[in-house]
Design a protein around this ligand. Structure first.
Ligand SMILES: [Zn+2]
Length: 165
């Protein structure tokens, strides 16, 4: 029988999945990298129940992967930003994106990543194929790819680059 809790396993993959392996958590992180910060925007993009979104965000905050940042005083309102620990998931998200493009995107990639500095494509190792630069999350912008519009997707956000800072 498959257990639902892997926290006592002596394996870093199991322990990482315990923190980020739930489907909504990965999609929240995806949207955070794409520039989403506010509860209502996560809710609108993901079409997720508010109570589920709340609990997933709290879990990511408790795990130190995201942090709540106040952006308005009266009434008090907060948004969610990736921490350094969260930004460290950048290679994981790019690897998932590349794997999905290769094995789960029959119409072609819906989103392609591009080096903001020169417009070059981003390879599997997060390197710009045009200028050779090693790319961090904030060096990259998402663009619509050939598979765009073939499914319910999300629109690339203009402030993607700001998201991961
Ligand atoms: Zn480049």
């Amino acid at each position: 029988m498959l257990r639902s809790d892997y926290s006592d396993e002596n394996c870093s993959i199991a322990r990482a999945l315990e923190l980020i392996g739930e489907r909504w958590s990965i999609l929240i992180l995806r949207d955070a990298f794409m520039g989403t910060h506010r509860f209502d925007e996560f809710q609108r993009r993901l079409g997720i129940a508010r109570n589920v979104l709340q609990s997933r965000l709290e879990r990511l905050v408790d795990a130190g992967i995201m942090r709540r940042v106040r952006y308005q005083e009266r009434p008090e309102r907060f948004e969610y930003r990736l921490t350094r620990k969260g930004v460290d998931l950048w290679p994981v998200l790019v690897a998932l994106l590349n794997w999905g493009d290769r094995h789960a995107a029959s119409q072609g990639p819906p989103i392609v990543l591009e080096h903001a500095g020169c417009g070059g494509a981003v390879d599997d190792r997060r390197r710009c194929v045009s200028c050779g630069a090693d790319l961090e999350a904030w060096d990259v912008v998402p663009r619509q790819g050939p598979g765009w519009g073939t499914g319910a997707g999300y629109a690339p956000s203009a402030d993607f680059a700001v998201a991961a800072r």
